[in-house]
Design a protein around this ligand. Structure first.
Ligand code: MN
Length: 292
């Protein structure tokens, strides 16, 4: 088996989004590093690691109402709690180990805010939000969201670690998230000295993203909050040094590139500039709905 080497390393950028939520922007996205980097992650558009952090008591940190069109968000919560409301009438509570798959499709307005307990007393929070592009044929699809409860994607033991599969199949385990783009996505924890291998279909993007602890990919060290984009090979292999001081926590990401043109502006990702102008107009004129 030929294992994929690291093709490039991209350090996450500390930033803020929403209402003063500190986060590390991992996948560049939204033109931050130019269209080249944007396209290099096809079919993924953006990946944010928020936390781990402790929200102060009386916080109003969160993501107040804002629109999206043309892609999907997959928000995975590691600790804390978030509540979601959207313009389709959907609402849900995100718990640790659970996720929410939102289809922005033709347009949605939503908010993601800490639960009332957090707002009053503060509390720890950590998670990862991934933006998955929609193929052109699905960009006009009906908006909506699906709660993926922790019970639908439990930790599964592996030699030297454990894995939680959110999408696609890893280690023979299928995850619950169904997306028009073909992807596979998992949270892996490895103990010092452990190694994990997974075959990846030819032509698919593959990336390894440690959230905590450092890992090795074919001899190249990959630090926390860094995206390692992998090169040619039949399989992904990630390991952690025997002498590592702490276990590693990392996200594994593979997907079949859409290969379509990308036009983006803020929270809208379409195929052409004209479609972006229409999205802005539709939002301004209230056609993406509103929160009650
Ligand atoms: Mn959002």
């Amino acid at each position: 088996m030929r294992f994929k080497p690291v093709a490039s390393l991209v350090s996450g950028q500390p930033t803020q989004d929403g209402n003063r939520v500190p986060l590390t922007r991992l996948v560049p996205g939204l033109g931050q590093r130019g269209d080249q980097a944007f396209r290099a992650m096809d079919p993924f558009l953006l990946m944010d690691h928020f936390g781990p952090m402790v929200l102060p008591p009386g916080t109003d940190a969160g993501f107040p109402p804002h629109p999206h069109r043309g892609f999907q968000t997959l928000t995975y919560l590691i600790q804390g709690a978030f509540r979601h409301r959207d313009s389709t009438g959907g609402s849900g509570l995100l718990r640790p180990g659970g996720a929410q798959l939102m289809n922005a499709g033709s347009g949605i307005v939503h908010e993601e805010m800490p639960v009332p307990e957090h707002l009053e007393t503060g509390g720890a929070i950590e998670g990862v939000q991934l933006w998955i592009n929609l193929p052109e044929a699905h960009k006009g699809s009906a908006p909506g969201y699906t709660d993926l409860q922790p019970e639908s994607m439990p930790w599964q033991a592996l030699p030297g670690g454990r894995i939680r599969v959110l999408a696609g199949t890893w280690a023979g385990i299928a995850g619950p998230a169904q997306t028009p783009a073909q992807i596979a996505y998992a949270h892996l924890e490895l103990q010092p000295g452990a190694r994990f291998e997974q075959a990846v279909p030819a032509g698919w993007l593959a990336a390894v993203v440690p959230l905590r602890g450092a890992v090795l990919v074919e001899g190249t060290a990959v630090a926390a909050d860094t995206v390692a984009l992998l090169g040619e090979g039949e399989a992904l292999a990630v390991e952690i040094a025997v002498e590592a001081a702490e276990p590693a926590s990392l996200m594994l990401l593979t997907g079949k590139p859409l290969g379509e043109s990308i036009a983006h502006y803020g929270p809208f990702v379409m195929n052409t500039r004209v479609e972006i102008e229409q999205a802005v107009l539709d939002y301004q004129q209230g056609r993406m709905g509103h929160l009650d």
